[in-house]
Design a protein around this ligand. Sequence first.
Ligand SMILES: Nc1ncnc2c1ncn2[C@@H]1O[C@H](COP(=O)(O)OP(=O)(O)OP(=O)(O)O)[C@@H](O)[C@H]1O
Ligand SMILES: [Mg+2]
Length: 216
Amino acid sequence: MTGIFISFEGPDGAGKTTALNNLLPLLKSKTDQEIVLSREPGGSEIAEKIREIILTIHDEQMDARTEALLYAASRRQHLVDVILPAIEQNKIMLSDRFVDSSIAYQGAGRMIGTKEVAEINDFAIDGQLPDLTIYFDISPEIGLSRIKKDHQEQMDRLEQEKLPFHERVHEAYLELLKNNPERIKKIDATQSLDKVVADTLKVITDRFPSEFNLGG
Ligand SMILES: Nc1ncnc2c1ncn2[C@@H]1O[C@H](COP(=O)(O)OP(=O)(O)OP(=O)(O)O)[C@@H](O)[C@H]1O
Ligand SMILES: [Mg+2]
């Protein structure tokens, strides 16, 4: 029995959080291992405080590299406080977003460069990539329209960016998928929630058959 680390990625409104919540009981019924669900900054106090600085709307403009460094710093702390202990204790760690988000959002979205952002994140994660990444693929138009329907007033700073930003993010995710075919598996997130959850369950149980081997 070993710990497993799975990240969930994709554009805003792809349905990551919704699918994860629906997936959790299904995964639990198939394994004896404890499952930990987290989302960066994930209840790590320091990571949370760093994230707060990023998401607050300030009078002055936050520099794109400052933002990328803060995300990397927040990720590092969440990794150390939450993810690594879970893996160490042979748990199944599910993270709603991880390093690919920074490469897509800061690297491509903010145009700092995906290579540059990958480099500072290499320093932050120190080799600890997910064993598997589930990528929820959806066009920015559909993803954003799902979000707008929900909470029109309370979109955070990142979600307020213009459509081209989100198109660059989407392109970068597709590039990550192409370059990491072993680690990243694509799910068609435009499907019904039930189908998205079923497809995701199959990818995970196919990849880790000895961990998810219980009936139900
Ligand atoms: N398969 C689906 N079909 C239609 N609507 C969906 C589907 N999955 C989720 N939704 C709806 O889309 C909206 C956004 O979903 P959700 O918050 O899970 O996305 P997300 O990927 O976590 O977004 P973010 O990156 O902003 O956190 C919610 O209203 C949710 O109910
Ligand atoms: Mg979410």
